[in-house]
Ligand binder design. Structure first.
Ligand code: PLP
Length: 394
């Protein structure tokens, strides 16, 4: 018999994919310009020009055997050194090449962390709303995901609920700020409180609780929002990063795990992450893009387009009576639905050709995720459809 869990994962289409397919059918019927697809989080701004220029130059310059060859499992040493320079400079925090393990995007970085640090039965705490793949990754590592309900007033952390959920089995607390799907960034106050709670609990248990920070949206923030660099606040922090969103390179699959020297027994933790990468068969992250991302590590795509889109949607939805927390970054907004049943709400939205994702899949029912990594004119044209949707509830 096949592994039924894997058969299930391979055959069930995600809600987002269902919507995407529906959108294609609807576009064939009424024209693509009349379908307002806000389902998928695929960056809509092109990668900076330097990315392609760097790739072309490297293809010309590098010895072809090196260009297309394996790199060391943790990534090319020169690439890791450049990334370490960029991170040290930008966050005023000293790291070096040996703190980085390059991965096949943030997804693989997370899988290396979960598999590297968790033993069967360990628990990983996740805050709603959350990126649904976390559960798949955590369970594949033999651990259990413990979900903390959302603090929907501002999508910061509900510390009472967190404290009640931490047990001696808690191996890690996973945070994602800027957050998919709320767009919210954790304030410095939240981060300090979280760090203190984890220090106290770790001391009580005599075992570290790792703070795992998933940050593919780190650079996509608006209005000068600062995203606290967590290793400055909590020593046992592991960072999972990716260039999928910041450089608009999701198809190239490049990211890293950062294990700072401050992590207790950091060399062993790094070894466990490398061991997980080996056991999962990742071998090494894509070679050409290790070098491209390293040389472009200080750059970000043109996020002003996302900011324009955020402003249009935030103001437009509020004017229509939606209750919504203003996103600090990412390209998602997560308003409350106009009826309690978010699945029914998103079904009704389809009648107005609005493709938006129910919050229940993100562990936060009563909300809907709208991805605004789309052309600005789609948002402008969609406001009439949002208006009709809102009016249908009056
Ligand atoms: N984490 C979050 C919160 C995401 O939204 C995504 C992708 O959408 C990922 C991780 C995976 O990113 P990557 O494409 O780098 O694997």
């Amino acid at each position: 018999m096949l592994n039924q869990k894997m058969v299930g994962l391979g055959t069930q289409r995600s809600v987002i994919r269902e919507l995407f397919e529906f959108g294609k059918l609807r576009a064939a019927e009424i024209g693509a310009e009349n379908v307002y697809d806000f389902s998928i989080g695929n960056p809509s701004v092109p990668a900076p020009e330097e990315v392609n220029a760097t790739a072309k130059r490297l293809i010309e310059e590098l010895d072809p055997v090196i260009l297309h060859g394996y790199t060391s499992a943790q990534g090319d040493a020169g690439a890791r050194a450049l990334i370490a320079d960029s991170v040290s400079r930008r966050f005023d925090f000293k790291v070096n090449a040996d703190n980085f393990y390059l991965t096949v995007g943030a997804a693989a970085a997370l899988c290396c962390c979960f598999n590297g640090i968790c033993n069967p039965g360990d628990e990983v705490i996740v805050f709603a709303p959350y990126f649904p793949e976390y559960k798949v990754f955590i369970e594949k590592a033999g651990a259990k995901m413990v979900l903390i309900p959302a603090d929907t007033a501002g999508f910061q952390i509900d510390f009472e609920k967190l404290e009640a959920a931490i047990t001696p089995r808690t191996k890690a607390v996973l945070v994602n700020s800027p957050n998919n799907p709320s767009g919210v960034v954790y304030s410095e106050e939240t981060v300090k409180k979280l760090a203190q709670m984890l220090r106290d609990k770790s001391a009580g248990f005599g075992e570290p609780i790792y703070l795992l920070s998933d940050e593919p949206y780190r650079e996509i923030v608006f209005d000068g929002t600062e995203v606290p660099f967590l290793p400055k606040y909590y020593d046992n922090t592991l960072i999972s990063y990716s260039w999928s969103k910041s450089l608009s390179l999701p198809g190239e699959r490049l990211g890293y795990v950062l294990v700072p020297d401050q992590v207790e027994e950091h060399e062993l933790v790094y070894a466990a992450i490398a061991g997980a990468g080996r056991a999962l068969g990742y071998v090494n992250a894509p070679g050409l893009f290790q070098r491209v991302c390293a040389q472009c590590a200080d750059l970000t795509g043109d996020i002003s387009i996302y900011e324009t889109n955020r402003n249009l949607l935030y103001e437009g939805l509020r004017d229509l009576g939606f209750s919504v927390v203003k996103p600090d970054g990412t390209f998602y907004i997560f308003p409350q639905t106009l009826e309690e049943d978010d699945v029914a709400f998103c079904e009704r939205a389809k009648d107005f050709n609005l493709l938006i994702v129910p919050g229940v899949g993100f562990g936060c029912p009563g909300h809907t995720r709208i991805s605004y990594c789309v052309p600005t004119e789609r948002i402008e044209r969609s406001m009439a459809a949002f208006k009709k949707l809102a009016e249908s509830y009056r």
